[in-house]
Design a protein around this ligand. Sequence first.
Ligand SMILES: O=P(O)(O)OC[C@H]1O[C@@H](O)[C@@H](O)[C@@H](O)[C@@H]1O
Length: 341
Amino acid sequence: MDELGMWDATLGLPEQMEAALGTVGRLCDLPAPDQVEHVVVLGMGGSGIAGDVAVATAAPYMPIPVVVVKGYELPSFVGPRSLAVALSFSGNTEETLEVLAGALDHGARAVAISAGGELARVAAERGVCHVAIDGSIPQPRAALGALTVSLLGVLERVGFFPGASAWIGHAIERLRQRRDELEKGTLASDLASALVGTIPIVLGSGAVGQVAALRWKNQINENAKALAVASVLPEAGHNELTAFEAYPELLASTVSLVFLRHDGEHPQISRRVAFMEREIAPRVHRAVSVHGQGVGELATFFDLAFVGDVMSLRLAEALGTDPGPIPMLNALKQYLSGPAA
Ligand SMILES: O=P(O)(O)OC[C@H]1O[C@@H](O)[C@@H](O)[C@@H](O)[C@@H]1O
């Protein structure tokens, strides 16, 4: 399959989600809801964040908890009454493969979501349901729409998140509107111009803002190869708020703040933002705010994330970096596959 470029893949998010929604209905055997006590999502980086999206947007409406595992450690409660969903775009991420093997050894039911790789092979070998992701997407982080839709589709199919397809439909609709705005206006490049040369601290409002802030951070890291920090309100009002006393010159020259806000924001979070805008925004180089909209948490998350995705491509342009390749991350994988020191 031909590889899409990062710009095309990023801007094609609504169509990517629509296509994934079309395929997720054709799934193999899934457990009955009364066989499952919790969902454990296994994944790293641009794939694992789909688990965080599910926690912020689906879990609040689900009758059982969703836990995301990003690493090698399998929680001890994982057993025959767990549904493990392993997400890896490449299918070759060692942490994901290792915890999935552990979950299966402990008797968990499982679903594997990938564009192929070792995960697809293991799924076939161990009789695990496999959901295929479009392998023409150029990078795992550009596949967030397909990965999230597949995960939410699994939750809907098992019966834990009825209505997922409708929420996904609202997200697609909102993303199309946002794409028009982004293509006609200058929001993404204005934001990139405000942030270039700084270390952005991205503060999200509540659970939806938290995962959007994480996505912004990761996209700035991987697309622009630049440092960023993700944080969340209200929690930051109990610690970080007080951290703007030291290094005043450094703050004024190199730190920026991004507030990721939305219609569903708790009124006390709005007041916290107002306080922070008054007290700490004047101490940093620049402070900007993005307002997410959409019907429901999923649409709101994707709206905020989409602005960050396109902004991070603009930031890569401003920094003269190719947004696709991630040589340092590949070098780490190569180092890890070599002999242990
Ligand atoms: O998403 P998978 O393919 O499991 O890879 C896990 C992660 O690996 C990293 O090195 C990057 O490539 C991320 O973008 C990616 O998400």
